[in-house]
Write a protein that binds this ligand. Structure first.
Ligand SMILES: *Cc1c(COP(=O)(O)O)cnc(C)c1O
Length: 358
């Protein structure tokens, strides 16, 4: 078996144990003689999978009864629209932080539905960063406050979440379950699954149930959180295989221990940042206090060297290190499932590459 080190930003690496388990169960799920993909979403086999996925998320985020866990299709991108469609009433305004490409897209969608106050804008800042909490100009009476916990392209991450009176809404697509945080501080959290939770095809939504009551009567059934709450995300056929893998991934985190995982994530990122800081050849692109532990972005002295770096790394089994097409440079995405050995391999390669080309 030749597994490469996949530094891709998403869809991203999955735990080998999870892939093996899915493989072992693929033809005959628990003695049922068929794959979980072939089971009815109303049958007892899938029912158990669905319930476990929800229960695992509840445990990992330590959710209280006033929170609900939903599975929605359309990725995080549909959540950019669903959040304002459901939470932003006529004549109301919402506060948004634009911290980069993803925050910017969230703002754009929200503007289709109501008044948006951009209360901080670091989207175009170089080096990349999040705003400081004390710089947020929160609007009294805002319907909610929207942030992006980790800007996947910029490589910047919110370290201490702001305290807000209005419900705090976060796009956590690229760092959910990578570190401990107090879920009760949030009104709503969403995340496309394909970075830290599983395969593409499903977005996780965790929300305070009462917020779903705000929705207007004319909102289509499939775009109302209320429908997902009332039908346990089974109003229509959900992406059963994606939810199944999400159940396996969250089971894997519970088994490993979330604390162990968090420590491992900090250690992994720390090794690469140390390699950047101890060199004048590589240059990190994010302000130190906002450096992401999930997406590590850096530059080399020239674009030619960056191209060579990506090519040589690929030959050594380190794949998808190219930065996002909008910003260039190098991006090492090292989500929960990314192995420590891959980080060590990258650091060794970086030293070697600098020696040869520095
Ligand atoms: C990847 C990503 C998205 C887009 O997710 P889709 O599921 O492809 O819609 C949104 N926000 C952030 C922070 C992301 O990293």
């Amino acid at each position: 078996m030749a597994r490469v080190f996949n530094f891709g930003a998403g869809p991203a690496v999955l735990p080998v144990e999870v892939l093996q388990e899915a493989q072992a169960e693929l033809l005959d799920f628990k003695g049922s003689g068929m794959s979980i993909m072939e089971h009815s979403h109303r049958g007892k086999e899938y029912d158990a999978v669905h319930a476990e996925a929800i229960e695992n998320v509840r445990k990992l985020l330590k959710l209280t009864d006033d929170y609900t866990v939903l599975f929605v299709q359309g990725g995080a991108s549909l959540q950019f629209a669903m959040v304002p469609m459901n939470l932003l009433g006529a004549g109301q305004s919402a506060d948004y932080v634009n911290s980069g490409a993803w925050g910017d897209k969230a703002v754009k969608e929200a503007k289709l539905f109501g008044n948006v106050n951009v209360i901080a804008n670091t989207g175009k800042d170089i080096p990349t960063r999040m705003p400081k909490n004390e710089d947020l100009k929160l609007t009294p009476g805002a319907a909610y406050v929207h942030i992006t916990s980790n800007e996947t392209i910029a490589g910047s991450q919110w370290k201490v979440f702001p305290k807000t009176e209005a419900p705090l809404v976060a796009d956590m697509s690229s760092d959910i379950l990578s570190r401990p945080f107090d879920a009760s501080q949030f009104g709503l959290i969403y995340a496309g699954a394909q970075k830290n939770l599983g395969p593409s095809g499903v977005a996780l939504v965790v929300m305070r149930k009462e917020l779903a009551e705000r929705v207007g009567a004319k909102t289509p059934t499939m775009l109302k959180y209320k429908t997902y709450i009332e039908e346990n995300s089974l109003y229509n056929t959900p992406p059963t295989f994606s939810i199944y893998v999400l159940a396996l991934v969250t089971r894997w985190i519970l088994k490993l221990g979330p604390e162990t995982l968090y420590r491992q994530n900090v250690d992994k990122a720390g090794k690469i940042y140390q390699a950047l800081d101890s060199s004048s050849f590589y240059k990190g692109t994010a302000v130190k206090e906002f450096r992401s532990d999930m997406n590590i972005t850096f530059r080399l002295p020239t674009e030619e060297l960056e191209e060579l770096f990506i090519k040589e790394a690929s030959k050594q089994g380190m794949k998808a290190l190219k930065g996002h097409r909008s910003v260039g440079g190098i991006r090492a995405s090292i989500y929960n499932a990314f192995p420590v050995a891959g980080v060590d391999a990258l650091v060794a390669f970086m030293k070697d590459f600098e020696k040869k080309n520095g």
